[in-house]
Design a protein around this ligand. Structure first.
Ligand SMILES: *Cc1c(COP(=O)(O)O)cnc(C)c1O
Length: 199
């Protein structure tokens, strides 16, 4: 590496994020912001599917209506169709609609913790279970919640499961330039395995 100290900083940041977000063995990358972390999540899913699900020619991702617009950018850039699903009356992702939206072309399901328009955490446990059942990837968008919810929980409030400890969650994003109080632009994306990160 041209700047060994930079690599050390990145390794330390990823290790801290991983220990906060449910899996000490997670790997990851520092990015320039939440948008880039979400771009990486979608690119990873596309390239993972090219290798592991080569029969899929027109990949799709399932994106609840409250999902961040950066996922739409990613869909355009990387040739993945974004399939928007409805919300429940409490503004959380509707699990049954997501289940019905799965097709033979689905490579990725997304949930938010919390979604930025309403501040509510999607039912990540149920959504990730659908992804696991279909052997596809699941990304938790914890861009705004990743460095806040673990501390809300520590204060004794109940927080729905959302992180890498949830079965089926294969990646998670958390913005350092939000509740980690870093200068813009800084975010992390964590992956469950080095194999995923390679994509
Ligand atoms: C802020 C945010 C993003 C995008 O992050 P930027 O750092 O603004 O690019 C994505 N998802 C959620 C839930 C966010 O709160």
């Amino acid at each position: 590496a041209a700047f060994p100290s930079l690599q050390k900083f990145e390794t330390e940041i990823i290790a801290m994020a991983a220990s906060l977000l449910g899996d000490d063995n997670a790997v990851g990358t520092v990015t320039s912001g939440g948008t880039e972390s979400l771009l990486m999540a979608v690119k990873t899913a596309r390239d993972w599917a090219r290798k592991n699900r080569p029969e899929i020619k027109h990949p799709e991702m399932i994106l609840p209506l409250s999902g961040h617009p950066a996922f739409e950018k990613a869909a355009e850039y990387f040739g993945v169709k974004a399939v928007r699903t409805s919300l429940r009356p409490d503004s959380r992702a509707d699990v049954d609609t997501v289940r019905k939206a799965v097709t033979a072309n689905t490579i990725l399901i997304v949930g938010s913790a919390p979604a930025y328009p309403h501040g509510v955490v999607d039912p990540i446990h149920e959504l990730a279970a659908i992804a696991k059942e279909h052997k596809i990837l699941f990304h938790t968008d914890a861009c705004v919640g990743g460095f806040m919810l673990p501390f809300v929980q520590k204060l004794g409030y109940s927080v729905p499961d959302f992180d890498l400890s949830v079965p089926g969650v294969t990646s998670i994003s958390a913005d350092l330039h939000k509740y980690a109080y870093a200068a813009k632009g800084a975010s992390v994306i964590l992956y469950k395995t080095p194999e995923l990160r390679r994509h």
